[in-house]
Ligand binder design. Structure first.
Ligand code: UD1
Ligand code: MG
Length: 459
């Protein structure tokens, strides 16, 4: 296969459909797989698949979708499709973008989050053989709901001559037997794509403008169309919550295989849940039932023990977290540091070798190296209105059940007595005791018991 010189590629991502079958107040493409919206997955794909310009078609009253595009693909041009009249109508909403473009055009659906960049590049390359459109297809185990690819024979390995696409609702019983389905991704290298799209009508079971009708129109004009086969796992289009769960499962399986291939041990891979951007180093051990939200990186040789939940956190080399730990955004656990069971850390840095082994809340803080935070310690960071910071110096020892009322600084090497409520700064190497002084009364308990039981006997 010859590889053409790179030519401009305009990617149009269709994200305007409401997705009624999700039964949601949130637009379909804002639902998430591995912590990233369906739209976000597709925008990321567009960015790595050789796109030179991108356009996203959104619906009216979808401010969240617009914000997502601005955030994730600031260079993309946003077009609004005023009424959801079908996928061809959606592409035509980007008319201005198409008018200003000469080169290839790639159409992708924002509800198809698992397609890989290699697959898209393979599709675009298929145009080098003279086809004016290439459609990415797959053989479905259950083709229900998908458009069927009507072909008449193979042109090359995995490339078929495409005659038409028949939507499920419009297909004859014989056509419904076809298991070769449309993924929704189409690559065009054709003059006047707009005039082809303008010929699409609504004479079908849904009364919609089907993008898929462009194939029969092109064939009618003697233009070449091909279907390129990909693997089913990538092509899942999310129309329901059940599809969303299947997509999540596929993503997780890939992420687990990837983490293990990069040198991490997952004792029970099926119970570890990754986000789209989780980074895991070599010789990391992850015990069962661990959940990673977005923005987590785990350094080499770290151990994440069972039942821990991490989001927006970094765990550096050789650190140990859990079991039952919660790391929230802004937690940085330094080299060899230790966060034990029932410890929550938020927006706090633990320097090298610092420890909080049991039952503690550490928020908005800096904990110096080798400091020890005792069981039951609470960093009181919030006064109901504002958050305040706590500094714990290197080597400080915070006794069990202390409350550090922020803003407060504990000097290096200082000792905080157990049960203290610390409201004032503590100098380095000092002891702070902030609890009632203990008073012992010899014999008091025996006398008290005698008095009370004699009263009780008199009743
Ligand atoms: C579509 C295809 C079908 C294919 C399947 C793959 C058509 C007519 N059908 O069906 O052949 O097998 O995807 O998953 O193209 N959208 C808009 N505006 C609209 C309608 C849809 O922007 O007016 C967007 C949606 O947000 C979605 C995408 O286009 O991202 C596909 O729409 P959807 O309604 O999910 O089409 P399917 O029924 O899945
Ligand atoms: Mg769909």
């Amino acid at each position: 296969m010859t590889i053409s010189s790179p030519r401009p590629l305009l990617t149009i991502v269709l994200a305007a459909g409401k997705g009624m079958r999700m039964k949601s107040d949130v637009p379909k493409v804002m639902h998430r797989v591995a912590g990233r919206t369906l739209l976000g997955h597709v925008l990321a794909l567009a960015a790595t698949a050789g796109t030179s310009a991108s356009a996203v078609v959104v619906g009216p009253d979808m401010p969240a979708v617009r914000t997502e595009v601005t955030h994730l693909a600031p260079a993309a041009v946003v077009f609004e499709q005023t009424q959801q009249r079908g996928t061809a109508d959606a592409v035509l909403a980007a008319r201005q973008g198409l008018q200003g473009h000469s080169g290839d055009v790639l159409v992708m659906f924002a509800d198809t989050p698992l397609i890989t960049a290699d697959t898209v590049r393979r599709l675009v390359r298929a145009l080098d053989q003279g086809a004016e459109v290439a459609v990415l297809g797959f053989h479905a185990k259950d083709a229900t709901g998908y458009g069927r690819l009507v072909t008449d024979g193979l042109l090359a390995a995995g490339v078929a001559n495409l005659l038409a696409i028949r939507e499920h609702k419009d297909a004859t019983p014989a056509e419904r037997q076809i298991d070769f389905c449309n993924s929704g991704v189409m690559a065009f290298r054709t003059p006047n794509l707009l005039s082809l799209l303008d010929q699409i009508g609504t004479n079908n079971a849904s009364g919609e403008y089907y993008l898929t009708d462009v194939i029969a129109i092109m064939r009618g004009q003697g233009r070449r169309a091909v279907a390129v086969a990909g693997v089913e796992e990538e092509m899942l289009g999310v129309n329901t919550r059940a599809h969303l769960a299947v997509a999540e499962g596929v993503f997780q399986r890939r992420a687990r295989v990837h983490a293990m291939a990069e040198g991490a041990t997952l004792i029970d891979p099926d119970t570890v849940w990754f986000a789209f951007d989780t980074r895991v180093g070599r010789d990391v051990v992850i015990e069962p039932n661990v959940f990673f939200g977005p923005g987590v990186s785990i350094g080499d040789r770290a151990i994440i023990r069972a039942h821990s939940h991490l989001t927006g956190a970094s765990v550096e080399a050789g650190a140990e977290v859990g079991p039952f730990a919660r790391l929230r955004p802004g937690a940085r656990i330094g080299e060899g540091a230790k966060i034990g069971n029932f410890v929550e850390v938020k927006n706090a840095v633990f320097e090298r070798g610092a420890k909080a082994n049991h039952l503690a809340y550490i928020g908005d803080a800096h904990v110096g190296s080798k400091a020890n935070i005792g069981a039951g310690t609470i960093f009181c960071n919030y006064d109901g209105f504002f958050k305040h910071r706590t500094e714990v110096g290197a080597g400080a020892f915070i006794g069990s059940n202390a409350s550090l009322v922020a803003p407060v600084r504990i000097g290096e090497g200082a000792f905080i007595a157990s049960g203290s409520v610390i409201t004032k700064n503590v100098d380095a190497d000092s002891l702070a005791l902030a609890r009632a002084v203990q008073e012992n009364r010899p014999g008091w308990a025996a006398k008290f018991r005698a008095l009370m039981s004699s009263r009780k006997n008199k009743r």
